[in-house]
Design a protein around this ligand. Structure first.
Ligand SMILES: C[S@@+](CC[C@H](N)C(=O)[O-])C[C@H]1O[C@@H](n2cnc3c(N)ncnc32)[C@H](O)[C@@H]1O
Length: 273
């Protein structure tokens, strides 16, 4: 796990781009955060939006639902995700384009709202990304992100990592709660201010998710998408089998076998000067 440098842009090594697998793993959580996030922004109607690291298009779809946008530019480096988002959102107001957060394909001040969901923590240079989001925003426009609170309440993957460390102590350094210390509320707010954004505010968004049963929770970890599944893919079969049993006891199963988990995200917003 780590980072590779492609020209000036740093991309995470964890694999993204297999859309169906992503949807079953963490994509299922995204709409539950996107809606309260956009409601909190009090979105301007008829605006030109940019969705940075749009993935399978969840946030873009929610902008279409709640903000009556003039346009949404969905910027995403992974071809597989772009194809999925295009297929999912056959709307003339949406344009899905290849691009990265550190160099947005938007002219200075070309957007009325610049947003991003669950991307900032994966980027090596948060400051460069936030400055770039500010550059793309017209004066007075909102720039806003949300990221999972990896250091606080990420019960979605925490049972997995606790189990993984019990089976393989070296997994500890891959655990998002250790890796993504850049998702602390104050650090995020400070990064916004350092990027020159004004009127910075933060809020917590807590969401719940119901899994049909243990397989519904566990099988997406075998898909290779994202940090935890990428780790599982490196294990031999025997270790994987031991790991499979370990999170079961840590998950709060209901009498009908279903599992209810919660997760917290931090939302941060600022205004471009
Ligand atoms: C966890 S997914 C979030 C996707 C989507 N925004 C959502 O809420 O479901 C992280 C996304 O960041 C994208 N990504 C990775 N590196 C990036 C970069 N340098 N610039 C923009 N997006 C990037 C990945 O391809 C992936 O789509």
């Amino acid at each position: 796990m780590g980072w590779v440098r492609e020209s000036e842009v740093v991309r995470p090594v964890e694999r993204w781009g297999e859309s169906e697998t992503y949807e079953r793993y963490v994509g299922r959580w995204s709409p539950h955060v996107a809606r309260p996030f956009l409601r909190w922004l009090g979105p301007p109607l008829g605006a030109r939006w940019v969705d940075v690291g749009a993935g399978t298009g969840v946030l873009t779809a929610t902008i279409l639902e709640v903000a009556a946008p003039a346009s949404v530019l969905a910027v995403e480096p992974e071809e597989g995700f772009r194809a999925y988002a295009e297929h999912r959102l056959p709307d003339p107001r949406v344009r899905v384009v290849d691009g990265v957060a550190e160099r947005l394909p938007v002219e200075d001040g070309g957007a009325d709202a610049v947003v991003s969901g669950v991307v900032l923590n994966f980027l090596a240079d948060q400051g460069a990304t936030l400055r770039e989001m500010r550059r793309a925003a017209v004066g007075g426009a909102v720039v806003a992100v949300y990221v999972w609170d990896y250091t606080g309440g990420l019960t979605m993957t925490q049972p997995f990592w606790e189990a993984a460390v019990a089976v393989d102590p070296e997994a500890a350094e891959l655990d998002g709660s250790r890796r993504f210390t850049n998702t602390r509320r104050e650090a995020l707010a400070e990064a916004f201010r350092a990027a020159g954004l004004g009127a910075v505010e933060t809020r917590a968004i807590e969401v719940r998710q119901r899994y049909e049963g243990f397989d519904d929770y566990w099988l997406p970890f075998l898909g290779g998408e994202g940090p935890a599944p990428a780790y599982v893919a490196t294990l031999d079969e025997a270790t994987r089998a031991r790991l499979r049993e370990a999170p079961r006891a840590r998950l709060p199963a209901q009498p009908d076998g279903s599992i209810a988990l919660t997760a917290s995200a931090w939302a941060v917003r600022g205004i471009a000067g």
